[in-house]
Write a protein that binds this ligand. Structure first.
Ligand code: DWN
Ligand code: ZN
Length: 400
């Protein structure tokens, strides 16, 4: 029996996505035929605290290491997203003596806007931390925990604003992060997180957001239960259109702020949909199985008819999609991607060559699966001259 990472309660499995490689572990020609690390990707609901999480996970060193492949700044839409929010935080909340901390600061795409504030980033992957420092971001290459936070922040004092984007889903030691936040957050300090939002995944069928790095899957209900265990609570929430529909949640010490109407309404909505029970999760699993059947039969059929098929965006999400649907370089000729670090490599498990985007214009495929569906508008605009057909996968598989 797998037990909950937060409360050790029993996990009730509801979705099995098969044996999977590490989602961002792109292969080189040299190690293409080496044996690939795989693990069983299954998701369960905690029968006690209702946290939703994967049942088995690779070691974090397998995922976050010196050749981590995700550079936030390689995605123009995300660069804009973080710049807009940084400007808003500076004008609406901070003053010149504020202390700003980011947990999982990646390549400094957010913190770079706080150079004239006391600021500190915690980033465990050395390669991206180095890029942040080159941008003048004050950053330590460490996992965030209570000891590191109190030591590194000693000269600054308590943090007024702690930001954490696309991280609270990624760490087994969520409770260690919450203990660190509780210890270093000032009395009226705000802990703000951004994370993909499970109810949006259930609505859109975006099961490919499930992969090794994404350990927890959040509702407002289940996260608030966990926050309360550490003397913290949600007081506001915004819905943001990134990564397939995310939430930006505002957290403080207990009773530091009045809870917003938006938050109270959304929590009630989740409760009325039974999102702290197994029923909607079992329904989601049925929807996922249909996407698998539809996508694999469409792509295999098109290949048998002799069509050239490509993928757009060598995303971590596409590792789950391709390996769950048993699609490989036998069906898909190449994937294009704008990240230099990924070009010339091969997709994990499916071994499809990753090429620069200009391959898409010079050697256009008949069909293209949009793996980076969360950037659909930007990519459609960039490739408006494409005369082939796009294959979309959410909320259902269709070729247009
Ligand atoms: O949680 C995570 C999210 C934030 O990003 C990380 N664990 C890993 C990563 O997941 P992902 O790889 O699915 O993220 P993206 O941002 O959806 O990846 C988009 C990919 O598409 C990038 O490799 C860049 C590429 N891309 C492109 O080739 N042309 C993106 C755009 C916008 C483009 O025009
Ligand atoms: Zn639990």
């Amino acid at each position: 029996m797998s037990s909950c990472l937060v409360c050790c309660g029993e996990l009730i499995p509801f979705l099995d996505l098969g044996m999977q490689p590490s989602a961002n572990r792109f292969l080189t020609k040299k190690n293409l035929n080496d044996e690939e690390y795989k693990y069983s990707l299954r998701v369960g609901l905690c029968s006690n605290c209702t946290m939703i999480q994967t049942l088995e996970r690779p070691r974090k060193e397998e995922m976050f290491n010196d050749d981590y492949a995700y550079f936030t700044s390689s995605n123009a839409p995300m660069v804009n997203h973080f710049q807009e929010y940084a400007e808003r935080v500076k004008s609406n909340f901070l003053n010149k003596s504020s202390v700003v901390v980011e947990v999982g600061s990646n390549d400094g795409v957010f913190l770079r806007h706080f150079s004239d504030y006391k600021h500190l980033g915690f980033e465990p992957s050395a390669n991206v931390a180095e890029i942040a420092r080159e941008k003048g971001v004050n950053c330590v290459c460490e996992f965030f925990n209570i000891e590191n936070a109190l030591r590194e922040l000693e000269s600054f004092g308590k943090a007024d604003f702690v930001f954490i984007a696309n991280v609270i889903g990624h760490v087994e030691e969520l409770t260690i992060i919450l203990q660190g936040v509780k210890a270093c957050l000032s009395d009226k300090g705000q802990f703000v997180f951004e994370i993909y939002y499970l109810p949006e995944m259930l609505k859109r069928g975006t099961f490919d957001l499930i992969y090794d790095e994404h350990i927890f899957y959040y509702t407002l209900l289940n996260f608030n239960i966990t926050l309360n265990r550490y003397g913290l609570e949600l007081f506001d929430v915004e819905f943001i259109p990134v990564h397939g529909g995310s939430i930006r949640g505002y957290v403080s010490h207990l009773d530091a702020y009045e809870k917003s109407e938006t938050l109270l309404k959304r929590i009630e909505e989740e409760r009325s949909k039974g999102l702290d029970t197994i029923a909607p999760l079992n329904k989601f699993a049925v929807k996922v199985a249909k996407i698998k059947d539809d996508l694999s039969s469409l792509v295999v059929g098109l290949k048998q008819q002799g069509h050239k098929i490509a993928g757009y965006g060598a995303t971590a999400k596409s590792t789950t999609l391709l390996n769950y649907c048993d699609l490989t370089n036998n069906e898909i000729d190449y994937v294009v991607d704008s990240t230099p670090f990924k070009q010339g490599k091969y997709t994990p498990g499916s071994h499809i060559p990753i090429l620069p985007e200009d391959e898409f214009t010079n050697n256009p495929p008949d069909y293209t699966i949009l793996f980076a569906w969360n950037y659909q508008d930007a990519i459609m605009k960039k490739q408006e001259g494409y005369s082939g057909k796009w294959i979309f996968i959410h909320p259902e598989v269709k070729a247009i």
